[in-house]
Design a binder for this molecule. Structure first.
Ligand code: DOR
Ligand code: ZN
Length: 441
């Protein structure tokens, strides 16, 4: 076989390389990037025309809740990963708060096997910490495809909760990898729950789970993390105060922001969307959104996720506090972020750092997150100029809704390629599920 013959060539696109943009053809062989920059004479089994498109490393959504096992009527691994590839995402990290939760070797083994039979994109699997599985966490975090341990330090959907200092310390001393935290202070949440009652507007959600809940949780977690020396990843940081505070902790702490917190704010979101704005930690006001954007620009954020957490439409229509917390987003993550790029809120290269290289760096993913020879042939091809309205008819998740319905965006995923397999082109899913467990250092 000639040196210049490939399984797949992406021809005519603009590659977003680690050091900048360059017009270059990409050659793929055996699921990996074999060459960047090809002679016109190069040949392939399949050539994909990428003229007018930007070729990004495959986008990683490091924060999804695919509800499998538990609630396939809302989402499952087959449907959620299908939604991912329609949205230009090539890898998702799936949260453990399913029914039942992924908290032991048996359930993890079931999921490892199941994923590689049904997933459309690659996956990392979270294992949940509980007060009783601490002795097993060190072994579980080394499991195949495991992206890390998730700790709910404040209660949210499901019953996973590790809130007290002694239990958190035991979790932190249990293994070595970076631990991911849902950081809201459970004591303050409980103490103030009685001040809020049925009949209040949806925005009461953000008053109950206020800035102080988030800040107290984060301050306490970071003190414990420092004492144990265990690195922490703070999921969905939502306040200006936390962002200012973590600046002094960069040796130990990495930071995730959510596209929801960068796009929607109070009071407008609650007025317009009602229960479809309710999530944990909550959508907050303009001051916090401004701090989040400043953090994106000053480099102090590591990853951006969707926190795709579908619930039935009928449940989301219930009045507060009966509507469950959680929004959708795996399919809309990239289009909404591309729209932010086009609006001048961040450069495309910074977006790629946050959505490709960032998750790879924070979680220690092997072979993903950048366009480079020898790396996985995961690509998100995007049309930066394409204008579209996000419509619920496009949403593949069985829940059928998105809080971004009606939003006009500029920038749209044109094709999704997972380890050399073209699994989406022009809003159509192609072939058969090719997802594998991602590999971690
Ligand atoms: O809003 C949320 N929904 N926040 C979480 O922490 C969990 C998620 C869910 O699973 O519904
Ligand atoms: Zn979440």
């Amino acid at each position: 076989m000639s040196d210049q013959h490939f399984d797949l060539i992406l021809r005519g696109g603009i590659c977003v390389l680690p050091w900048g943009e360059a017009a270059a053809d990409v050659g793929v062989r055996h699921g990996r990037i074999a060459a960047i920059g090809l002679p016109a004479t190069a040949t392939a089994e399949r050539v994909l025309a990428a003229r007018g498109l930007h070729v990004l490393p495959g986008v990683i959504d490091p924060h999804v809740h695919l509800r499998d096992p538990g609630d396939a009527a809302v989402e499952s691994i087959p449907t959620g990963t299908r939604a991912a590839v329609l949205g230009g995402v090539t890898t998702v990290f799936d949260m453990p708060n399913t029914t039942p939760a992924i908290i032991d070797a048996e359930r993890l083994a079931w999921k490892q096997d199941y994923v590689e039979r049904v997933a459309w994109c690659d996956m990392g699997l979270y294992v949940g910490a509980t007060k009783s599985n601490v002795p097993e966490l060190a072994a579980l975090e080394r499991g195949r495809g495991v992206c890390g341990i998730k700790v709910f330090a404040g209660s949210s959907t499901g019953d996973l909760l590790v809130e007290d200092d002694a239990s958190l310390e035991r979790v932190m001393r249990s293994g070595r990898r970076r631990i991911s935290y849902h950081s809201e202070d459970e004591y303050r949440l409980q103490a103030r729950r009685g001040d809020f009652h049925a009949g209040m507007p949806y925005a009461a959600h953000m008053d109950w789970r206020d800035e102080e809940c988030a800040f107290l949780g984060t301050r306490r977690l970071l003190a414990l993390a420092q004492a144990s020396g265990r690195p922490a990843h703070l999921l969905h940081v939502s306040t200006a105060e936390e962002l200012a505070y973590v600046a002094d902790w960069r040796d130990l702490v990495s930071v995730e922001l959510l596209v929801n917190h960068l796009t929607q704010m109070a009071p407008d979101a609650y007025d317009r969307l009602g229960g479809f704005a309710v999530m944990n930690p909550p959508i907050r006001g303009a001051r916090h959104m401004a701090a989040a954007w400043a953090a994106v620009r000053d480099g102090s954020v590591d990853t951006i996720g969707s926190d795709h957490a579908p619930h039935p439409r009928a449940a989301k229509l219930k009045p507060w506090p009966d509507c469950p917390a959680g929004l959708t987003g795996v399919q809309t993550l990239l289009p909404v972020m591309l729209d932010h790029v086009n609006a001048g809120r961040l450069p495309l290269g910074r977006m790629v750092d946050l959505m490709c290289a960032g998750p790879a760096r924070v979680y220690g993913v092997v072979g993903k997150g950048r366009l480079a020879v020898g790396w996985d042939a995961d690509f998100s091809l995007v049309d930066l100029r394409r204008q579209r309205v996000i419509e619920e008819s496009w949403i593949a998740s069985p829940c059928g809704w998105t809080q971004f319905a009606g939003m006009r965006v500029t920038g749209w995923p044109a094709a999704t390629i997972v380890r050399g397999h073209v699994v989406m082109q022009d809003d159509t899913v192609l072939g058969t599920p090719q997802g594998r467990l991602a590999r971690f250092r």
